[in-house]
Design a protein. Structure first.
Length: 498
């Protein structure tokens, strides 16, 4: 017997499932028509405040999409109901496939077809932006191609609607790694340009059959977005310069929507677009110096497959980031800079961490060599992500992610832990341990892939989530636990005085 939702919608069968949600085929018994219903599954570990926030995100999705229901390239939201203590979103039933599924099953799209898809998605984004709505999660899984020839943009689950109270002030960052614009990763205020960047990353995947930015896990992918350029497209043809224009890391040099629309239209019609590299977008010498020349370096493991792209979520929680400050050498000793004072405190009465923490200053070179061996090359990527490369292809990463509130840090830790547990599907041999405890809550994991061990230690101290990761020929679990303890000690030394 079909489950009845809100006394109106009969759930018939599952259409798809993601990390935090399930989409059902349902029948609207009042109107006697088939619909799709998205059930938002709330993580069991969330406290009441976090559950309320996730529920509000879902309601925000419904409000955002409902304002755009008249656009032919946006999936229509019919209704949102609360049932069994969680929200359910009733949507138009689409007879088609997502762009990521098409690429996976049929292979990459020809440049003209990819440009045609991009032109429709850009039209949908323009309509959303005109009404004060940022999508914030444009990716192949959220682009649908129907059997009657339509292109639809769906899942406004983490949209920002002008006039709504901001739900991102906890410092949480939402979206899918590899499709989040650099300015959002840097913690800057983002605008419509961020959606255009995500569209560029989506079209790169469509035409190449692979993502523009890769890494062994989400944090490595985010580092790639911030610090590296994607490999030049091999199948892009006339679309190649358009992709480059959309994937500019600085939003002020990214091509504007009208120009992108004209270029995509030209490629879709089999034409070669006009010059796609205007002087206003060319790199300055200073910008070029800040960007690594090579895109082929391996990225280190930072926290496992964190917040993988979830096409059915109401917003995937990944680590919060604050605006990056000045860069310093990875080999410098632990910071003695007077800490930034905080106005709030942890439950133990200790003040929250300010912005003075630096990932490359919480371990000495000697401590890293204990894990990687005598041959050590350090690479200071960012004050939040510091990489170390050793012999035999081994490497380690230290990362410190601070959010302004204790609530946000706890929610991030819950999300990270759940993501690691989800790795069991891909790595059944993964082993977890929660002892010895480092910080206020912690866990460690280790698994083996292609003859290489991947070990991670994740802990939370007040409003900072710290990760020490190792990838190499030996398990390294004990070593990363010792290293994490050293990181915690260094963090404690840098904590603001009460």
């Amino acid at each position: 017997m079909a489950m009845m939702l809100a006394g109106r919608y009969s759930l018939m069968s599952q259409l798809g499932q993601g990390g935090m949600g399930t989409v059902w085929l349902a029948v609207d018994e009042l109107l006697r028509q088939q619909v799709a219903v998205k059930e938002v599954r709330l993580p069991a570990d969330l406290d009441e405040a976090a559950r309320a926030e996730l529920t509000e995100r879902t309601l925000r999705e419904a409000r955002a999409a409902a304002r755009l229901r008249s656009h032919p390239s946006i999936v229509t939201v019919h209704d949102v109901v609360m049932d069994s203590g969680r929200p359910w979103i009733v949507m138009e039933l689409v007879n088609g496939r997502s762009l990521d599924r098409i690429v996976r099953e049929d292979g990459p799209l020809p440049p003209a077809q990819a440009a045609w898809v991009g032109r429709h998605v850009l039209d949908a984004l323009a309509a959303a932006h005109a009404m004060g709505v940022l999508h914030r999660d444009v990716k192949p899984g959220n682009v649908l191609l129907t059997q009657d020839g339509r292109v639809l943009l769906t899942d406004f689950g983490i949209a920002t609607v002008a006039g709504d109270a901001a739900l991102t002030q906890t410092g949480l960052l939402n979206g899918s790694p590899g499709y989040i614009a650099p300015e959002r990763l840097r913690g800057e205020v983002d605008g419509p340009e961020a959606d255009l960047w995500s569209l560029g990353a989506t079209l790169y995947t469509a035409v190449e059959g692979r993502t523009a930015y890769t890494g062994p896990n989400a944090a490595a992918v985010m580092a790639a977005v911030l610090l590296h350029e994607p490999a030049p497209p091999q199948r892009g043809g006339a679309l190649t310069p358009v992709l480059a224009a959309l994937l500019e890391k600085e939003p002020q040099r990214r091509c504007p929507p009208a120009q992108a629309a004209a270029w995509l239209q030209a490629v879709a019609q089999g034409e070669v677009p006009a010059d796609t590299r205007p002087t206003a977008r060319r790199r300055t010498a200073a910008t070029a110096r800040r960007r690594p020349a090579s895109t082929g370096r391996r990225f280190a493991v930072v926290g496992g497959a964190l917040a993988l792209a979830l096409s059915l979520t109401a917003g995937a929680v990944i680590w919060g980031m604050t605006r990056p400050e000045e860069r310093t050498s990875a080999e410098q000793p632990r910071s003695t800079t007077p800490p930034t004072k905080s106005v709030s405190s942890s439950p133990a009465g200790k003040p929250l961490f300010g912005t003075n923490l630096h990932s490359c200053r919480v371990l000495t070179a000697a401590q890293v060599r204990t894990l990687l061996g005598a041959t050590l090359q350090s690479d200071n990527l960012d004050r939040k992500i510091c990489q170390y490369f050793g012999a035999n292809g081994s490497y380690a990463t230290v990362s410190l992610f601070r959010v302004p509130t204790l609530k946000g840090a706890k929610a991030n830790f819950v999300g990270i832990k759940q993501t690691f547990q989800d790795l069991r599907d891909e790595h059944p041999d993964i082993a977890f341990t929660r002892t010895p405890v480092v910080g206020e809550e912690s866990f460690a994991s280790v698994y083996r892939t292609n003859g290489t061990y991947v070990a991670n230690m994740v802990f939370r101290m007040s409003n900072v989530t710290a990760t020490f990761s190792y990838n190499g020929p030996r398990p390294g679990t004990k070593a990363i636990v010792r290293a994490a303890a050293s990181v915690a000690a260094a963090m404690e030394a840098a904590r603001p005085a009460g």
